[in-house]
Design a protein around this ligand. Structure first.
Ligand code: ADP
Ligand code: ZN
Ligand code: ZN
Length: 807
């Protein structure tokens, strides 16, 4: 074939490819990275397809191939095209998701004289000078400019035109760094070392300590570990090397995060009945020839503690047994240390853990190692779905309802679940979506038999009853009426006292999500609404006003409640810091640990926080949603939800779902051992269906209520939504453009006869002013809201979000 369709790294390329001719002698395959001329520049591109003929009259030649090995597999090419098409994102941005980090590099132009000995005397001065510089071999354009000044470019162009000089393109060097580690090894047998250690004990106790340490561990030992464990430093090591007692060696590190963590390997557990039933179905899908059989997407709906992870592990083992590999997606690596540990324990150094702490060079190494098939399992956050894992057989998405699976910025604004399903379609892989509280959309699709539903309704309590912890709802309004306006209800205080007296542990959860604080009457629970829209008003501290995000109605903070006249107006907004303070004051003997992003950003890693609490160095753990994720701590017998209302008042059709999910997740932290456990939920809206259903651990009840509302209000999953946002320094310009766009879309819709597509807005966005810019938005709602947008030229400066989460 003589032509290639190429996705070019230029914003001007938008969603299309460009045709180039393949110069004779150049071998080009789909998925390969190349360099191509584009306008008057030279850019990177990726070949998406080859063709015998093209529609354009003139094509330019591909300048060069960056790497003979394709960067993208045919499946990944297909997925990239799909992402660009479905999420309306520039094609190269979709392709970039699958390229190794650091690929997006500068191109370096190299110049070479075609014939260094050519007679230069007839050339104009600057061209002659250029040829002189190039006489001794090729130079990069930049070094030529250093030698000749910035005007070298025009002389070069003239020489190229005359055929005296050729240009060659290369990507600038990536900053790939190999990581090495220093290892220590004893030179003598252990018995002799003990004698040496005894001799050194008096004069050089730290050297003795290191010797002793090394005899007790398998050789060789990493310096970093010795440093961490016994505080060895380089002087101590140097002294022992001088004495010929220890040798050091350098080893290139394969970043297997489990190698030095001392994680015990685990054997497969013998499964419960429910686990067996679920695994059997997944295994038969794995056994079916690629892509054949009924749906290959499973929803593993298992209550917290029902043993979903063990099902993933054994499904992966089966995948590997069949000569295939897996990808496991977790909401956020640093927040799920226990889950990651379990995979490491089962598959040890065949597991790659992708996380953002790696440098670009390290990530590039890792990417290549994965592509070369070095890992059976790749674990990571949403971007790991793009790992170049060969022979993909299984994709697991743990806690599939988590919103972190949707990419917000930068584009493409993809959802990991949809990408995984698409990738599985292309590769024949099986997908397992696991959750105790599946996304309403996921469950809806399972009910319609688009996905296969596997249910594990009981929790596994080693040596105990398979019961979910009882949940008690405390009505904070009643609490107030009886004179208690503190953070802790009487029930919660009493429960904390009990936990402390028994030497058990408690988690206090405060959901601080939601940027705006609601204005609430503490006497009657009335949430002050907008008179025009009936949605709750939000307090904006920057202007000290409460305002409506729908119509921009704004007032001062009311002095009394419009409903009951009480003057006890409050902003719902106690934060975890205040909660910590109150907890210490009321329970002075308790050891209190706060775990939120303020703490983890400055002081301790998530792993450290987990270790402190797991080792029972604290009695009460206070945290935001991050403590709700996947912790399995046997000593926790009480979970207190301090206020369960904040999520309910947000202007978002998913607010109820969000609240339900968080309550279930956090409640699932209690009672995971024979010690049993209970949950206390404090709320101003005890009758809300999301709160009631969570208290009953009743997903079906929640789902039925929720889907009825969605149907009634025509919200997803009954429809689909595209959110378009325009931002500008000038509010009026913003509004004008939004109105213009609404008109363009409406006209196109009517002209094309698209039915059932609603246009909502334009209206100021939920965050009307963000980072100094005004934002207006336009919502398209219908069965296929992108269709009309695809007919229009890509709207400039608009941000488009297909299937947005969090409106
Ligand atoms: P989930 O992921 O569904 O919340 P986990 O995987 O955390 O549940 O399992 C809960 C607990 O049950 C864990 O401590 C796990 O080790 C244990 N467990 C899981 N499967 C089994 C089994 N088949 N036999 C015994 N214990 C199990
Ligand atoms: Zn309003
Ligand atoms: Zn009131």
């Amino acid at each position: 074939m003589s032509y290639a369709e190429i996705s070019v790294n230029s914003p001007a390329a938008q969603r299309r490819t460009f045709s180039y001719s393949i110069p004779s002698g150049m071998a080009v395959t789909p998925g390969q990275a190349v360099v191509v001329p584009f306008g008057n520049r030279v850019l990177q591109g990726v070949v998406l397809a080859l063709a015998d003929r093209v529609e354009v009259e003139e094509t330019r030649d591909i300048s060069g191939v960056i790497d003979p090995q394709p960067m993208l597999s045919p499946s990944h090419v297909a997925v990239a095209r799909w992402i660009s098409d479905y999420y309306l994102s520039p094609l190269f941005e979709a392709v970039s998701l699958m390229l190794p980090v650091g690929f997006d590099r500068r191109t370096v132009t190299y110049l070479e004289a075609t014939d260094p000995t050519v007679d230069r005397s007839s050339l104009p001065a600057r061209q002659r000078k250029t040829m002189e510089v190039l006489r001794d071999g090729g130079r990069s354009m930049r070094s030529l400019e250093t030698a000749m000044g910035a005007s070298a470019g025009s002389a070069v162009s003239q020489l190229v035109a005359k055929g005296l000089v050729t240009r060659r393109y290369e990507l600038s060097r990536s900053r790939v760094s190999r990581r090495t580690e220093t290892l220590l090894r004893l030179r003598l047998p252990a018995t002799e070392v003990h004698e040496e250690a005894a001799r050194l004990l008096r004069r050089a106790p730290r050297q003795a300590e290191l010797l002793d340490y090394l005899t007790k561990r398998p050789a060789p030992m990493a310096v970093a570990d010795a440093r961490r464990d016994i505080g060895t430093d380089s002087a101590v090591i140097a002294a022992l090397v001088r004495k010929n007692l220890v040798t050091t060696e350098q080893l290139e590190v394969r970043r297997s995060p489990f190698a030095h963590q001392g994680i015990a390997t685990t054997a497969p557990l013998s499964l419960t009945e429910a686990q067996t039933a679920a695994l059997d179905e997944i295994r038969s899908a794995l056994a079916a020839p690629d892509g054949i059989g009924p749906t290959r997407v499973f929803v593993l709906h298992g209550v917290t503690g029902s043993g979903k992870t063990e099902v993933y592990l054994q499904a992966l083992a089966e995948t590997i047994r069949r000569g295939k590999r897996g990808i496991v997606l977790v909401p956020e690596i640093s927040l799920t240390p226990q889950t990651v540990e379990r995979f490491g324990g089962r598959f040890s150094n065949r597991v790659a853990v992708l996380h953002s702490r790696l440098s670009p060079g390290e990530r590039f190494d890792e990417w290549r190692a994965i592509r070369d098939g070095e890992f059976d399992v790749v674990i990571g956050p949403r971007s790991a779905v793009f790992a170049p894992q060969p022979e993909l057989g299984l994709i697991v998405i743990d806690e599939e309802h988590e919103w972190t699976y949707k990419q917000q910025d930068p584009t493409p604004r993809y959802h990991t679940r949809e990408v995984a399903i698409k990738l599985a379609e292309e590769t024949g892989a099986v997908v397992v979506l696991g959750s105790a509280t599946p996304d309403v959309e996921t469950y809806y699709r399972a009910r319609r038999e688009e996905f296969r539903l596997l249910t594990m309704p009981e929790r596994i309590v080693p040596g105990g009853e398979p019961e979910m912890p009882p949940v008690e709802i405390v009505d904070l309004r009643a609490e107030l009426k009886s004179g208690n306006s503190g953070v802790f209800s009487r029930a919660l205080s009493a429960a904390i006292e009990t936990v402390l007296s028994r030497g058990e542990q408690a988690i206090l959860f405060l959901n601080r999500r939601g940027t705006a604080t609601s204005v609430v009457c503490r006497s009657c629970g009335h949430v002050i609404p907008c008179p025009n829209c009936e949605i709750p008003l939000s307090y904006h501290s920057d202007e000290d006003r409460v305002l409506c995000h729908q119509c921009d109605y704004r007032i001062r903070v009311p002095e009394e409640c419009p409903s009951c006249g009480s003057r006890r107006i409050k902003f719902l907004g106690i934060g975890t810091q205040k909660l910590e303070h109150e907890t210490r004051r009321i329970f002075p003997t308790a050891r209190v640990l706060r775990w939120d992003s303020d703490v983890t950003r400055r002081k301790h890693s998530h792993q450290e926080m987990l270790d402190i609490f797991r080792n029972h160095e604290a009695d009460i753990l206070i945290g935001t949603q991050m403590v709700a994720k996947g912790l399995d701590l046997p000593r926790v017998t009480l979970v207190g939800v301090v206020i369960a209302d904040i999520g309910l008042n947000l202007l978002d059709f998913r607010a109820g779902e969000r609240t339900f999910q968080q309550l279930c997740q956090v409640a699932g932290r209690a009672g995971r051992s024979v010690l049993g456990g209970r949950v206390i939920v404090q709320t101003y809206s005890p009758e809300h269906y999301a709160v009631e259903a969570a208290a009953g651990h009743d997903y079906a009840r929640f789902y039925d209520a929720e889907i009825a509302y969605r149907r009634w209000l025509r919200d997803p999953p009954l429809t689909r939504i595209v959110r378009m946002t325009y931002s500008h320094d000038d509010d009026a310009r913003c509004r004008q453009e939004a109105e213009r766009m609404a008109k363009v879309i409406a006209e196109e819709r009517d002209a094309a006869g698209v039915s059932g597509l609603e246009l909502i807005g334009p209206a100021p966005a939920f965050h009307h002013r963000l980072r100094g810019r005004y934002r207006w938005q336009l919502i398209l709602r219908g069965t296929g809201p992108s269709a009309v947008l695809k007919r229009l030229p890509a709207p400039r400066h608009w941000s488009i979000d297909v299937d947005p989460v969090g409106l």
